[in-house]
Design a protein around this ligand. Sequence first.
Ligand code: NAD
Length: 319
Amino acid sequence: MIHTLKIGRPPACTRSFLSPRFSLALPYNSRFSKQFHNSANGAASSAPEPFGVLKALQSSNDTVPAPTIFSREFSLVDRVALVSGGIGGIGLEASLAMVEAGVRAVYCVDLPDSPSAEWTAVRAYATRMQSIGGEGRLEYVSANVRDQDQMWKVAKTVGDHCLSYPAQTFQEVLETNVNGVLFTAQAAGQQMRRFERGGSIVLMASIAGHNAFKDHALVQYHTSKAAILQMARSLACELAPEGIRVNSVSPGFVNTRFPKPFLDAKPELAQIWENMNPMRRLAQPHELRGVLVWLASDASSFCTGSECVILLSTPLARI
Ligand SMILES: NC(=O)c1ccc[n+]([C@@H]2O[C@H](COP(=O)([O-])OP(=O)(O)OC[C@H]3O[C@@H](n4cnc5c(N)ncnc54)[C@H](O)[C@@H]3O)[C@@H](O)[C@H]2O)c1
C-alpha cells in the first residue's frame, strides 16, 4: 500500500506512500505546516501557476515554452511516502520509483527486525542519486501492519479447499490483507488530516478481487482483495472533502516472492497464469512503477475511488 502526503512548497506538495509509520514524517510536516495553515481541502492558499492549455494560452509568442508534465504533474518533490511491504517485490519497486519521482523520504514498513540485503542495496543506490541532485532517501521501519496501535503510533496465503479452510488461517489473511491495509491507511490519513494538505492513498488490491479464479483454492485471498476494492471506494467518499484521494491498483500475476510458493508446488500454474492475459506473460514489479507514481502524484488529481486494473484476465480465468 502506498500513501502520499502533501507537505511541501506550493502549489503541488505531496508525500506518497503506503505505510504504517507516518509520524516519522513529522519533521518535514512541521516545517511546512505553518506555511499552509490557511489552506483547506488540500488546496494551497496561493493561486497555483497555470499549466497545460491555460499556460499555453497565457504565454506570449516570444516566451520559451516550459513543459510541466514531469516537473509538476508527475513530480513528487517535497513529498513523503509510506510503503507497507516495502523491503521487496512491488513495495520496494514502488519505493525506488517514488524517490526517482522526487519524494524526499520513503518509509518502508515490513516485518523483519532489519531490512533485507536487497533493500539495503537499493537504499545505497537511492542515496547515490543525491550526488546528481536527488533528495530522496529510504528509511526502514520494522512493524506489523496488523497491529493498529503500532501503526497508529508510527505512522500466508495457503491453498486449501474452501469448505475446510482453517478458520485461523482465514482470519490471519484477512488481518493482514484487510485490517492491515485499513490500519496503514488510517495512519497515513491521520497525518494528512493533521497537516491539511490532502494526499494520495493507494491500496494494493488484485485482479483476484475482481475475478474468482477457477481451479485455485483461494477463498481467503479472493475475499480479502474484493474487500480492498470496496474499502478504497468507501475511504474515497469519506476523505474527498479533505483533499485526500484513495484509489486501488489491481495487478495481475507479478513475478515476485509472493506467487513463488504456488509455482514451486505446482509449476504448471505458470503457463495457466500466462495464458490468462493477452500478452501471455507475468508482469515484472517494475512495470507497476508508472501507475503507482501516477496515482501518488497530482497527475491523477481527478482520480479517486478508482480501480486501476493493470492486467486484463480473460473470461476463461473467471467464473
Ligand atoms: N505478485 C503478484 O502476483 C500480485 C498480484 C496482485 C496483487 N499483489 C499484491 O501486491 C502486494 C505486494 O505483493 P508482492 O508481490 O510485492 O509480494 P512480496 O511477498 O514480494 O512482498 C510483500 C511484503 O509484505 C511484507 N508483509 C507481509 N505481512 C506483513 C505485515 N503484517 N506487516 C508488514 N509487512 C508485511 C512481507 O514481508 C513482504 O516484504 C500484496 O498486497 C499482494 O497481494 C501481488
